[in-house]
Ligand binder design. Structure first.
Ligand code: ADP
Length: 586
């Protein structure tokens, strides 16, 4: 213990009193003196000095053999190990106390309210944030139930949750209103968990609370604005439908769901599309979705009362910040009335054009009658000749045969004229055909040839060869030409007969075919140039002033242009263009 050996003892260099370090000596001696009289001294702790000068903690106790005697026995226990354990323990306690302080400080400093409850759900700790928020002191808070700061409306529900939790020991999460120091309630998000001892018995509950009032308010505001937006979308007088990125509808506004009526949902929305429109539109839609392109659509939709109505809508993709399609939105409206009006307008125009055609043809009656009469007269003449050849003796059958074939030819000629007149007088819906414009022109010239001849007008043509076919309605294009030719003939009546010339030409243009009608008439003053196309503008006593305006609407319906310009040295040029068939198809 003190590192001396037997030799040291034998050599007498150890004095036992010297084993006690000088700073212990007084205490030591006092104790010995004190106890000597009693014959024994109670064990006490002190130190000894080792041979090398270091110290060793010991426990020493002893007794004298007789009261007041100088001989006795003592024992000494080395306390090094015990001292070490004690020191370590003390150190641990100091550390623990520091850790506890730190933890306490931490819990106090975290900016969210924290409380702990004893196993019977009474508060036994609240942190600084809790006290600051509620305005309650430790004295006011500790020992209270959870509900002292709760909103009255939340207490019943909260009590039930506490009962359940106490029974099961499960952690729980809840949203509760908590009263602030100023009396205002704010929403908190609260988590409570149980702490257990080593036997699993619940010894405490811990609760943290997180202020979500602002979030709640923001949510309320968002809900409110969503509600408003929804109301606007629902009530705007347009049909709004939302589609998923794959094109399947997943929302329709009230206006639209009222239009389609009950029983129509997202799974059978296609059933309201008119059967004639459905397959094509549905295919087109899929194509647009695949290509991520906006889709403009016109189709008939069945209204709640079973009536199909024309409908126009536009569907556009809504993209996120990365450009990915989040949804498609479609906005549409009923265009049935508009469609009907357009149709009625188109029909009226067609009607008018037809009336104009018939009237124009009426102007040609005399000429056309003559045109038809001529082959008939010729046929009669040939028939008479044939009879003569038959009654000859012997009958000249070769001549008869020739006369008969001439009769057939003249009959056909008359038939052709009648056929053309009938085609122009017939009322038929507009067509979109590939028209050989030169052929159509030649037919009109044939019909008007006599009229021109009767007025002493020489007609020339300059028709380009190898023209592409144009897209349109043959009869309507002929009508335009007929109007222009008759106008030219009428205009030229005013000038000397030798100078009356009509030239009709065609040309290939980059975007189609142009047709021009040139006359050598008086032409018009430049101011009258555009007025001529106005409806009801006429300079003729029996004119209606509708011809040119109808011509222009026909050419525009063909995506072409019709205009007038002065001829040189005199007269007028009317020219129109129509796109070629293939170009129009593009
Ligand atoms: P209308 O022939 O019934 O008058 P149009 O619309 O065909 O109706 O023509 C309107 C007017 O344009 C004519 O009255 C005439 O004054 C003028 N016009 C038309 N064609 C010619 C032409 N080739 N030369 C001179 N004036 C013309």
């Amino acid at each position: 213990m003190v590192s001396y050996d037997r030799e040291d003892l034998a050599s007498g260099c150890i004095r036992w009193a010297d084993l006690t370090p000088p700073d212990w000596r007084d205490r030591n001696n006092a104790r010995i003196e004190q106890q000597k009289s009693g014959g024994r001294f109670e064990p006490f702790e002190k130190e000894f000095t080792r041979k090398d000068g270091s110290r060793v903690p010991i426990l020493i106790g002893g007794a004298t053999f007789e009261e007041g005697g100088n001989q006795g026995v003592a024992f000494v226990l080395d306390l090094t190990e015990r001292k070490r354990v004690e020191d370590a323990l003390r150190e641990r306690e100091i550390q623990l106390a520091a850790a506890r302080r730190e933890l306490r400080q931490m819990i106090d400093t975290i900016p969210i309210p924290v409380a702990s409850y004893s196993a019977d759900a009474r508060r036994d700790f609240v942190n600084a944030a809790w006290k600051q928020y509620t305005g309650l002191s430790d004295e006011a808070a500790l020992g209270t139930k959870w509900s002292v700061v709760a909103h009255p409306d939340d207490i019943a529900g909260g009590d039930k949750m506490w009962r359940d939790a106490l029974a099961t020991g499960e952690p729980w999460h809840t949203e509760e209103r908590v009263r602030r120091a100023d009396g205002q309630y704010r929403w908190f998000c609260i988590d409570r968990v149980a702490a257990r001892d080593e036997n699993g018995k619940i010894i405490k509950w811990y609760g943290t609370a997180y202020d979500i009032e602002d979030r709640k308010r923001a949510e309320d505001a968002l809900r409110e604005s969503e509600h408003k937006l929804r109301q606007i979308i629902d009530t705007i007088p347009a049909h709004v439908v939302r589609y998923q990125p794959d094109g399947a509808a997943d929302f329709m506004n009230r206006t639209f769901s009222e239009f389609v009526g009950p029983g129509v949902g997202f799974d059978n929305l296609g059933s309201v599309v008119h059967p004639e429109d459905y397959p094509e539109r549905s295919r087109d839609w899929d194509m647009h979705v695949a290509a991520a392109e906006p889709y403009d659509i016109e189709m008939r939709l069945r209204r709640a009362d079973g009536v199909y109505r024309w409908h126009r809508s536009r569907r556009v993709p809504l993209r996120d910040a990365n450009g990915a399609i989040v949804n498609w939105y479609g906005a549409g409206h009923d265009i049935d009335d508009q469609k009907r009006a357009e149709e009625a307008y188109r029909e009226a125009l067609l009607e008018l054009a037809h009336a104009n055609r018939v009237a124009t043809m009426g102007q040609l009656t005399a000429s056309i009658t003559h045109e038809v009469n001529q082959p008939i007269t010729a046929a009669v003449t040939y028939a008479l000749a044939a009879r003569r050849f038959l009654s000859a003796k012997p009958p000249n059958l070769r001549e008869v045969d020739e006369a008969l074939s001439l009769i057939v030819k003249e009959g056909n000629r008359a038939g052709e004229v009648v056929g053309r007149v009938r085609a122009l007088i017939k009322k038929a819906p507009a067509r979109k055909d590939a028209v050989e414009i030169n052929d159509a022109i030649l037919e009109v010239i044939a019909l008007t040839r006599r009229e021109a001849a009767n007025n002493g007008i020489s007609v020339r043509t300059q028709l380009a060869e190898g023209l592409p076919r144009v897209q349109g309605d043959r009869v309507q294009l002929q009508q335009v030409l007929l109007n222009l030719i008759i106008n030219a003939i009428e205009a030229m009546r005013e000038i000397d007969e030798e100078e009356r010339e009509l030239l009709i030409g065609t040309r290939n243009e980059p975007d189609g075919v142009s047709v021009e009608v040139r006359d050598s008439g008086p032409g018009f003053a430049s101011a009258a140039l555009e007025r001529a196309f106005e409806a009801f503008y006429t300079t003729k006593s029996d004119g209606l002033g509708l011809g040119l305006s109808i011509c222009r609407s026909i050419i525009e319906a063909h995506n072409g242009r019709l205009w007038a310009s002065p001829n040189v040295p005199r007269g007028a040029i009317f020219r129109f263009t129509v796109p070629t068939h293939s170009a129009a198809a593009l």
